[in-house]
Design a protein around this ligand. Structure first.
Ligand code: ADE
Ligand code: ZN
Length: 319
């Protein structure tokens, strides 16, 4: 029986497996520049975040209809459930779809067709987090939030993803203020490839409740001390870090040191179709390669529920 856990860092577009990508390409008459699934998988050799993002945005062009988004989400939820995920807070990237003429309603309602029945069908509760693409303009982010307003009953919070370096959190101050005014929860990617200053800025300027990745906090001991003191959850993604070369090998991953330092770490899959594993695979990998004890694994699972938007709402708001 896999350890029950919550997944807090998961891009739904990053769950698009090659087989489903080809099936949707056929269904929608989209031409993919790969001969077959093997040729596509062979392209999954990334130098850095940007080289991954190039393929990620290319492949998601097969997603066109509500049915596509429903199928994508159901495929993820079935795999996640089999690996012990009981609750998933799921990112989506509407700007990448709006730019192709796929409307906010198609994306949100399509995902909701799966998410709305997920507890029943998969035993997984879910929440949706709308991410702004940080390499797009602040105005585009504001327009995206406006486009999402009719669907806010389906959306728990906002996040910030895509190419990090050169796009500091402060660029998105206004849209995060607007999101807070709408009662949305706030998270942001920071310190994946970007410097530790982005982590502090995400907390101070955007008012985020969790940091996605946050790995580079280790370069600033005072920041680590603050993250420990304020119990700021970090949603780490070990297999992603290896594939995107933010760590050299999994054996070099600082997760054990981060736990020893008292950081509130969680383990997640990020873009599992691209990085070699879902949530349970990430847990297995850190157990096997980093020698984490069963007690440490249980701590990670406990942290995932603690850091979720499901529980301890009162405690977190009071912080
Ligand atoms: N979008 C999808 N996966 C991402 C990641 N790991 N970092 C930033 N943006 C992303
Ligand atoms: Zn991510």
């Amino acid at each position: 029986m896999p350890l029950p856990k919550a997944e807090l860092h998961l891009h739904i577009e990053g769950t698009l497996e090659p087989e489903l990508a080809f099936a949707l390409a056929v269904r929608n008459g989209v031409e993919l520049p790969y001969a077959d699934t093997d040729a596509l998988r062979a392209a999954y050799r990334f130098e850095d975040l940007q080289s991954f993002l190039d393929l990620y945005y290319e492949l998601m062009t097969v997603l066109r209809t509500e049915q596509d988004f429903e199928d994508l989400a159901n495929a993820y939820l079935a795999r996640a459930a089999a690996q012990g995920v009981r609750h998933a807070e799921i990112f989506f990237d509407p700007q990448a779809h709006l730019a192709r003429g796929v409307g906010m309603g198609t994306v949100v309602e399509g995902l909701w067709r799966a998410l709305g029945k997920s507890e029943q069908n998969h035993g997984v509760s879910t929440q949706l987090i709308l991410c702004f693409l940080r390499d797009e303009s602040a105005e585009s982010a504001l327009g995206t939030l406006r486009a999402a307003e009719p669907y806010l009953d389906r959306i728990t919070g906002v996040g910030l993803d895509s190419a990090e370096v050169g796009h500091p959190p402060a660029k998105f101050r206004r849209v995060y203020e607007a999101a807070a005014a709408l009662g949305l929860r706030r998270v942001a990617h920071a310190g994946e490839e970007g410097p530790p200053e982005y982590i502090a800025e995400a907390l101070d300027v955007l008012g985020v409740e969790r940091i996605d990745h946050g790995l580079r906090c280790l370069e600033d001991p005072a920041l680590v001390e603050r993250l420990v003191r304020e119990r700021v959850p970090l949603t780490l993604c070990p297999l992603s870090n290896v594939r995107l070369r933010t760590v050299d090998t999994l054996a070099d991953h600082p997760l054990p040191a981060m736990l020893d330092a008292g950081l509130l770490c969680t383990v997640n899959s990020d873009d599992p179709a691209y990085f070699g594993g879902y949530a349970g695979d990430n847990f297995d990998a850190v157990r096997d390669t980093l020698g984490l004890t069963e007690e440490r694994l249980r701590e990670l699972a406990r942290n995932s529920f603690l850091a979720s938007f499901l529980e301890h709402d009162e405690e977190r708001r009071a912080r």
